[in-house]
Design a binder for this molecule. Sequence first.
Ligand SMILES: Nc1ncnc2c1ncn2[C@@H]1O[C@H](COP(=O)(O)OP(=O)(O)O)[C@@H](O)[C@H]1O
Ligand SMILES: CC(=O)OP(=O)(O)O
Ligand SMILES: [Mg+2]
Length: 404
Amino acid sequence: MKILVLNAGSSSQKSCLYEITGKALPQEPLQPLWEGKVDWTHHQGVAEIEVKTATGESLQAEISAESRPQVIAYLLDTLYKGSTQVIDELSEIDVVGHRVVHGGQEYRVSVAITEDVKDAIARLCTLAPAHNPANLQGIEAIEQLLGDVPQIAVFDTAFHSSMPDAAAIYPGPYEWVEQGIRRYGFHGISHQYCAQRTAQILGRDLASLRLITCHLGNGCSLAAVKNGRSIDTTMGFTPLDGLMMGSRSGAVDPGILIHLLRQDGYTVDKLDHVLNKNSGLRGISGVSGDMRRIREAIAQGNSRAQLAWDIYVHRLQSYIGATIASLRGLDALVFTAGVGENAADIRAAACEAFEFLGLKLDSQKNMGNPVDSDIAAPDSTVRVLVIHTQEDWAIATECWQLLM
Ligand SMILES: Nc1ncnc2c1ncn2[C@@H]1O[C@H](COP(=O)(O)OP(=O)(O)O)[C@@H](O)[C@H]1O
Ligand SMILES: CC(=O)OP(=O)(O)O
Ligand SMILES: [Mg+2]
C-alpha cells in the first residue's frame, strides 16, 4: 500500500510517501520512499523546498511563497518527475493521510474524509487558525490533483480525548462546558507515538508506565501519559495555552487581555497577532522564534535572548513539576520535536530542576546527539529519553489500519 502523508505545521509543510507491504505493520518505523519539506520561516515571501528519497537523491529549490496548494502541487510533481522520481504516476498512491490539528468534540479517532468532515474542519478553523485552514487546503489540493483517492484525517486532539474532566474542564462558568469550551490538547499524534516508542525502547509494557512527553517544536506542549492514555496536557482549547513557544505566548494571565482591550484599545485581530505571532521566544528576544538563533544571540551577549531562554526553561520546569503531580510520580521523561531532539542545553536545564528526585542525566549521552535512546545515568530514578517524533509514520499506520 502506497500512503502519502501531508503534515501541515504552523510554519512548515511536511510530506512523505511510505510503502507498507505485507499483512502486518513493521515493528520499527519504515523509512519513507520520498520526503518533501517546505519551510516559510527564513525569508519573507520565499518557500524553501527540500526533497529527498530513500535512494539518496535530493533536490533543493526556493520558490516565491505561493499558496499552499501551489506548493503542494510543486512537491507532488517531484514524486513522478526528475531525479527524485519514485513512482510512475500519482494514481499509484492508494490513500492520503492528513494531520488535522483540531478535531473538536466530534472526532476522537481517525476518520475517512467526507464533505461532513471537511465542514467540521472548516468550522474549527477559528480555534486553530494557524493550522486547520492549512489542513483543509491540503485536503482540497489533493482532491484537485488526485481526484477521489481515499483521504484520512488523523487528529492532533484525538489522543487527549481520554483526559478526565478535572483536567479537561476550565473553572469558568458551567455554560462553557455545555458550549464545548474545554481543554482539547494538541500534538496528540506525536505524544502517542513517542509514548509507544519509549515503552518499546525501555522494553516495558506501556500500560505500566507513567510518562511525560515534552513536544518542543515551534509549538510546545507536554502530555502526562499513564497506562498509555493521555491524562493531562498543557495546551488547551487552542494551541496557545501552556508552555512558552517560538512565537506563541503560552499561558498568560487572562487579566492582561482584558487590560489591553480596555485600556489600550486593542482589536481582537491585534490581540490574536500579538499572542500567536509576536510573543514567546520571538516576542521577548526581538531576535527570532528559532531556538538556534536565540542561542547565537546569547553567545553574542544579547540579554533579551538570554531572558527568553530563561523564561522558556522556567516554564518548562514548572509545567513538568505540575505534570508529575498529575501522574503521581514519573518513570520516564521524554523529549521530542525540533528543540527537544536537538537542544542538549534545554534538556539539561529542564532535568536539573528534578535532581532532588534522583533524576540524573548522563551528560555525555545528552550532548552526543542522541536519537531514540535513554540518556539518563544508570542510577537515575527516572529514565530520560530522546525520541525522534515520527508523526508522519504514525499517520501512515493509522491509514493502513483503517484501510486493511
Ligand atoms: N540544533 C537545534 N538546536 C536547537 N533548536 C533546534 C535545533 N534544530 C531545530 N531546532 C528548533 O526546532 C524548532 C522547530 O521544531 P519542529 O518540530 O520542526 O517544528 P514544527 O513541526 O512545529 O514546525 C525551531 O524552533 C528550531 O529552532
Ligand atoms: C498544534 C501545534 O502547535 O502544532 P505545531 O507545533 O506543528 O505548530
Ligand atoms: Mg510539529
